[in-house]
Structure formats: structure tokens, C-alpha cells
Design a binder for this molecule. Structure first.
Ligand SMILES: [Zn+2]
Length: 433
């Protein structure tokens, strides 16, 4: 018995030792990135002839080559980006990695949750390769998004850092319900909850099953059947209950909202971001500025949808809503951009093919957002919205070594962002052309 105990202790010690050695080895991986030009996303200034010292998965130091190069231990690997423009890894605050354009209409009834998660594995890779090293995924049935996030964390799947919401909360018959089925099928989507106690329980349930953020539908939607994007869904009391429950458990809240009444209720209830904001008006803008609420505008999707509306499996009413709402949304959001409301970058990827996320930059700029503000939306602002300013969004010591590079000047031509040549996530090279 005694001998057995000693043996166990020895085995445990050996296992522990193995672990620390492994960790030490990882932590000591040293890398020098020679950057021709680094865009300081806070100021919009280009810094020439920079070196980024990467240790393990973090940035150890960044500065002029003359200062930083001499601090880097001999034998460190070098990556040469001296002819490129280097930026922090990009952040998309509104993705649906477990969905695709082809599954937006009733055809999604044939998609199982495991199939959705596997679609997500493909979409996660193409999103990361497009330069998006962090995404906030706002809406997936069956917790397929949580499964995907865990698979990425465990290294089973290549993809961005993910914050995931699980199923979005929705009223019965709302944008987040399943409205294609006749009554005899008696089915509601898994985020459906009505009334204060039910929405509180649903928020707690989502957090129990792994949600990093809470998403709810404050108005009807465009690509859904039988609901009206202009009207509010949920009462102010229900919205407050969602927000207070989420915030008390340390989770931020994203509200899908098109119509102005729903936007205003959600802002008053205390949400952290308004997603889409199609019918945003001056009063909504004023309220958002007063409350410090972020706008996540998702405007590029219209550019893509216009040309593809007929090839998707959408119902006539969905197509009609898209044609009506999306052009008006661009006018209203353009006005909101001029008004100085805080903007964070989001695309609603899944409404257009994943990997085209960076198309959002040029569309926002065309609508009047200055190019630097568009890049800030996808870096510092997005990091602030998701609560990760301590780890992503800028190239600074102790942050994750999430780094992208492009050719050319994204402040002069936002289309440059659509051709990311180099992607590093947490010190690992994902793409290097
Ligand atoms: Zn969405």
C-alpha cells in the first residue's frame, strides 16, 4: 500500500514536471517581425521601420528597429514584413459562423445542429484567413457556436478567438423564432422566451451552457418570415430584465434592432450595442450618445445581397423586406455616422459568404465614415465593445500577438483591407503570402 502511494506521488510529480517544461518551452518561443510600416490605430499615424518582438502568444515589445531589435534574444526567428503595412488583427462583432447564405430561408429546416457546427469549422478558417483574429458570434441554434468556440480553443479547428452568444432571445413568432412550420409541428426555436421570469431564466440558461455575451431580438428582422422589422419585440420591462440579468452575471448585451422604437427601448434598457440600426433617427442617436451605446451597422451585406437575392432560397416576403429596408438603412446609418455615435465593426457574415468580411470597410467609408474611423471600428472600438481591450485591438506589449499585414495604404484605399496577405493569431502564422 505504502509503495503504491509513493509510486502515485512520483507519477504525479513526473506529470507535473512534464507540464511545466512544456509550458516553459512554449513561453520562450521568440520571434521578431520586421514591419515596414505599422498603422497606429489610435492616432492614424504610420510608424516606419518597426520591429515587433513576439514571445509565446503575446507581444513583448514593439518600437523602432534600432530600439527593439537589440533586446530580442539571439536565435529568434525573423518574419520579414518590411514591404507591408502592419495592423492589429481585425475584430468582427457580428458574425454567424455556423450559418451560410444558402441556409437563410426555409432550407435551414434541414440543417442539424452538428451540421451547423461543421459548417462553422469551415467558416471559422476562412474568416481567420481574411484577417479577422477575433469574432463575436451573435446567434446560433443548439449552442453550435459554443461547440465551435471550444473546438477552436482546443486546437481541433483553425479559427478566430470567439465570443459566442448561443441562441438569441426572441418573443414567440419573433425574428429569433422558427416561423416556417404549421401549428401542428408545435415547435419554437431554442431562444424563445416571453415575459420577465422566462427571459431571466433564458439568459441564465445561455450562460450556464457557455454564452460569453447575450443577444436578443429587440425588433423584427429582414431575413425571417412573418415578422416586421419596424416594430419592437419585447416590452421595456422584458428588455430591462434581459440586460440586468446579463450584466449582473458579467455578460454584455447585443440587441438586434431595425425599427426606431425598438432601438430606443433597447438603449434605455441599457444594452451595450445596437445591431443593424436600420431606422435609426435623431432621437435614437441622441439616446445612444447619452448612454454610450455602440452602433454595429452591418452595411456591406446589402451590396452582396442585391446581386444574389434571386439565387438564395428566400421566401417572397423575405426578398421584399430586403429590397425595402436595406437601402433606407444605408441612408439612416450614413446620417448616424455623421452624428458621431460610437461605431463598432460588424458584418452579419452568413448573409453574404464568410471571408468577405473586410468588404464592410469600403462600404462604411463610401457612406461617409472616415477610413481611420472604419479601421478603429474593427480594432480599438470593437475591443472596447466586447470587453477585451486588455488583450486585442492594438499592437501593444502584453496583448495577444494578433497581427495582419496588407499591401498599400488602407487609409487612402479601404479596399486594401480585402486582400490581407499575412495573418498571425497568438504568435502563430496562419497565412503568409
Ligand atoms: Zn445577425
Amino acid at each position: 500500500m505504502k509503495r503504491f502511494t509513493i509510486l502515485c506521488v512520483l507519477l504525479l510529480l513526473a506529470a507535473g514536471l512534464g507540464n511545466t517544461q512544456e509550458r516553459k518551452k512554449d513561453a520562450l518561443a521568440q520571434l521578431a517581425i520586421r514591419a515596414g510600416k505599422v498603422l497606429d490605430v489610435r492616432t492614424g499615424k504610420y510608424l516606419a521601420d518597426q520591429v515587433i518582438w513576439v514571445e509565446g502568444d503575446r507581444i513583448k515589445a514593439i518600437g523602432s528597429a534600432a530600439d527593439v531589435q537589440k533586446q530580442i534574444p539571439a536565435g529568434a526567428k525573423t518574419i520579414d514584413l518590411s514591404s507591408a503595412t502592419v495592423l492589429p488583427g481585425l475584430i468582427d462583432c457580428h458574425t454567424h459562423l455556423t450559418m451560410n447564405p444558402k441556409t437563410l430561408g426555409p432550407s435551414r429546416l434541414r440543417i442539424s445542429y452538428p451540421r451547423a457546427a461543421l459548417m462553422g469549422a469551415h467558416n471559422a478558417r476562412v474568416t481567420l484567413e481574411a484577417g479577422f483574429t477575433t469574432v463575436r458570434n451573435v446567434g446560433a441554434s443548439g449552442y453550435a457556436d459554443i461547440a465551435l468556440r471550444e473546438a477552436i480553443k482546443d486546437g481541433d479547428v483553425v479559427g478566430p478567438r470567439m465570443l459566442a452568444s448561443g441562441p438569441p432571445l426572441s418573443i414567440t413568432g419573433g425574428h429569433g423564432d422558427e416561423n416556417y412550420l404549421a401549428p401542428q409541428f408545435n415547435y419554437s426555436d431554442d431562444g424563445v422566451a416571453d415575459g420577465v421570469p422566462a427571459v431571466m431564466e433564458k439568459v441564465r440558461q445561455n450562460i450556464k451552457y457557455g454564452a460569453d455575451v447575450i443577444k436578443f431580438m429587440a425588433t423584427g428582422g429582414v431575413l425571417s418570415e412573418g415578422d416586421n422589422p419596424a416594430v419592437a419585440q419585447y416590452s421595456l420591462e422584458e428588455m430591462k430584465a434581459i440586460v440586468d440579468t446579463a450584466h449582473s452575471l458579467g455578460r454584455k448585451v447585443a440587441a438586434h434592432a431595425h425599427g426606431a422604437p425598438g432601438i430606443k427601448l433597447a438603449v434605455i434598457a441599457g444594452v451595450d450595442s445596437i445591431e443593424h440600426g436600420s431606422y435609426i433617427d435623431d432621437e435614437a442617436i441622441r439616446l445612444m450618445k447619452e448612454h454610450g451605446t455602440y452602433l454595429v451597422p452591418t452595411v456591406f451585406l446589402e451590396d452582396w445581397l442585391v446581386g444574389n437575392l434571386e439565387v438564395l432560397n428566400l421566401t417572397p416576403s423575405m426578398k421584399e423586406k430586403a429590397k425595402t429596408v436595406l437601402p433606407i438603412a444605408k441612408q439612416n446609418l450614413s446620417h448616424a455616422f455623421q452624428s458621431g455615435v460610437k461605431v463598432a465593426f460588424g458584418t452579419d457574415s452568413a448573409v453574404y459568404p464568410h471571408g468577405l468580411n473586410a468588404g464592410e470597410f469600403a462600404t462604411m467609408v463610401k457612406m461617409g465614415l472616415p477610413p481611420l474611423a472604419a479601421i478603429q471600428a474593427a480594432t480599438v472600438n470593437a475591443a472596447d465593445l466586447i470587453g477585451w481591450s486588455d488583450r486585442v485591438g492594438t499592437l501593444e506589449p502584453s496583448k495577444f500577438a494578433d497581427i495582419v499585414a496588407v499591401n498599400g495604404d488602407p487609409l487612402a484605399d479601404p479596399h486594401v483591407m480585402e486582400h490581407v496577405r499575412f495573418v498571425m493569431k497568438g504568435g502563430e502564422v496562419v497565412k503568409n503570402e
